[in-house]
Ligand binder design. Structure first.
Ligand code: G4P
Length: 530
């Protein structure tokens, strides 16, 4: 296969959902189709979790959670598919957001009984920022579900996107009879527990074929289905592939991941509607993925994957050309040529060394402490460029942190700065106080524990943490900024980040709105462009 064919067959997407909606189950079924795993339960065996050897392990074991987010690659009908996992629960961190920067499309899994939940909301905002295609899988139709029209309505109203149901459920819970495939005008009957990559038999059946329909789903559900499809055909958005590709129209699939129902239909349509890796911008330049010259950017840095070596792994998304092990590339921000050491690809929790990889793929490379989030690696110094950086996302939990032993100040400052550079935490300080009173901001509360653990085990430094009541932070985009001249609620705090950018901390949403409404010229943003 030549370079063009290799790149053309790649699809790189992230799965987003609120915990428990069924992301892991869906991922697992997709992997089963690709033959990448042999049995369900391999992605997240709860009792027998096989994690990469890491310092985190103890912490992970204690908490029974997984901090590392992984990338899974598998083949299906000639396509090479990369799934980026976005961790949830308490291990939700900025990495979860950053991973979305490496994807070319997103799949949003929604629990049919619950509709949109908080974590879906947060992740959606980040996906929407990039205008990439968003597919919706409405899961758990084998359980009682909310009205399908209500679910679509919620997606359209809350997210401001159009929806296009590719199939339509026939009942839910104990009455779930299957789905109507709108494109092919046929019924796919639900028959519990389809295993592995077994294909489901569709029953060709026009909606006017009352007799067959009645024998399949009964007269009551037939009537409902016919009415609903008529309504849908009359009222819903027209299908428009261009809109899908720009994230303006989300194809919606109803199914049950656990029962492997609707997954195949989803996968085949997904592959048909998505494109090969997208071009990326680097200043004025558009980097074409098919350009043979290798380029990649770092979207995640994982420290201490291996306790014996105190190493860091930098995860890169390849944006153009082909990566070859042993070839010399150029690290733009470091201003130095380099060979990427121990390039690895991750399959669930297993890692293997890769000799070559292509645009669309993710590789993890050994990082001796030279990379930062957002860095670019390209083919040579002569033709260098830097990809647009990764935005910094607003943390939602804040704490004042100081060292217990004042003699350990040096270790404290070093540890805090390094961990912040890796992007695990963000640090702020009040404009007059420097590093004496550090305010730490995190996206997920577990990061506080990770911080305490790492400062103790790597820098020999115990810390004191005092949680702060702020929940919202906004970057101030105004060039000229005078805190005193603003009209703000008394509990709003002014802080600066490591680069000296101004930010405001708010205790609640009401205060954020107050600031916006009472200060016409103040420009606040939820994330900061790098
Ligand atoms: P997550 O990664 O989004 O957090 O969700 P996960 O796939 O772990 O699924 C959460 C729970 O929902 C699991 O049950 C899973 O079996 C169940 N589930 C997923 N898809 C479906 C579906 O289509 N129908 C039904 N009825 N359930 C579904 P659990 O009991 O929490 O875990 P487990 O012991 O089964 O692993």
């Amino acid at each position: 296969m030549d370079l063009k064919q290799e790149i053309e067959r790649r699809r790189t997407f992230a799965i987003i959902s609120h915990p428990d909606a069924g992301k892991t189950t869906l991922t697992e079924k997709l992997l089963l189709y690709g033959g990448a795993i042999q049995q369900a339960g391999s992605v997240k065996g709860k009792a027998s979790a096989r994690h990469a050897v890491s310092d985190w392990m103890e912490l992970e074991k204690q908490r029974g959670i997984s901090i590392t987010s992984s990338v899974m690659q598998f083949e299906y009908e000639g396509y090479c598919i990369n799934i980026l996992d976005t961790p949830g629960h308490q291990d939700f961190s900025e990495d979860t957001y950053r991973t979305l920067m490496a994807a070319d499309s997103a799949v949003m899994v929604i629990d049919a009984a619950k509709g949109i939940e908080p974590q879906t909301r947060k992740l959606f905002k980040v996906v929407a920022m990039r205008d990439i295609p968003i597919f919706t899988f409405i899961n758990k139709l084998d359980r009682d579900a909310r009205d399908s029209f209500d679910l679509l309505d919620q997606l359209e109203k809350e997210f401001g996107i159009g929806t296009y149901p590719m199939n339509w459920p026939i009942g839910s819970g104990v009455d779930f009879k299957g789905v109507y495939d709108r494109g092919n005008r046929r019924i796919i009957a639900f028959d519990e527990f389809h295993s592995g990559s077994q294909k489901l038999k569709a029953i060709e059946c026009d909606l006017s074929d009352t007799e067959t329909l009645d024998s399949l789903i009964g007269p009551y559900q037939r009537e409902t289905l016919c009415e609903e499809i008529e309504l849908l055909d009359g009222a819903s958005f027209d299908f428009d592939l261009e809109k899908v590709r720009h994230g303006k129209l989300s194809p919606v699939f109803f199914g049950s991941a656990l029962n492997n129902f609707g997954v195949e239909m989803f996968l085949e349509n997904f592959l048909r509607m998505t494109t090969a890796p997208l071009a990326r911008t680097a200043g004025d330049r558009i980097v074409d993925p098919f350009d043979p010259a290798f380029s990649a950017f770092v979207f995640k840095i994982q420290a201490n994957m291996n306790k014996a070596h105190r190493d860091r792994i930098a995860f890169m998304r390849i944006c153009s050309g082909k990566f070859e092990r042993g070839t010399e590339y150029y690290h733009v921000q470091g201003g130095k040529p380099l060979k990427l050491a121990q390039p690895q690809q991750l399959m669930a929790q297993d890692r293997s060394i890769v000799d070559e990889a292509y645009a669309g793929d993710i590789i993890g490379v050994f990082d001796p402490g030279i990379f930062s989030i957002g860095d670019t690696v390209c083919a040579s110094a002569k033709n260098q460029f830097a990809f647009e950086g990764i935005p910094t996302f607003a943390p939602e939990h804040f704490a004042a942190v100081s060292q217990v032993d004042t003699l350990k100040r040096k270790q404290f400052v070093k540890g805090m700065t390094q961990i912040a550079q890796e992007g695990a935490i963000q640090i702020f300080h009040e404009p007059s106080s420097g590093m004496d009173r550090v305010i730490v901001g995190v996206v997920g509360v577990l990061q506080f524990e990770v911080l305490e653990y790492r400062l103790r085990s790597e820098y020999g430094c115990e810390i004191r943490r005092h949680d702060l009541p702020y929940q919202y932070i906004r970057w101030v985009d105004n060039e000229e900024f005078s805190f005193r001249s603003l009209n703000l609620t008394s509990d709003t705090k002014w802080v600066q980040d490591l680069r000296g950018r101004n930010l405001l901390l708010f205790a609640n949403e009401w205060n954020v709105r107050w600031a916006a409404e009472h200060n016409e010229t103040l420009r606040l943003s939820e994330f900061s462009r790098a």
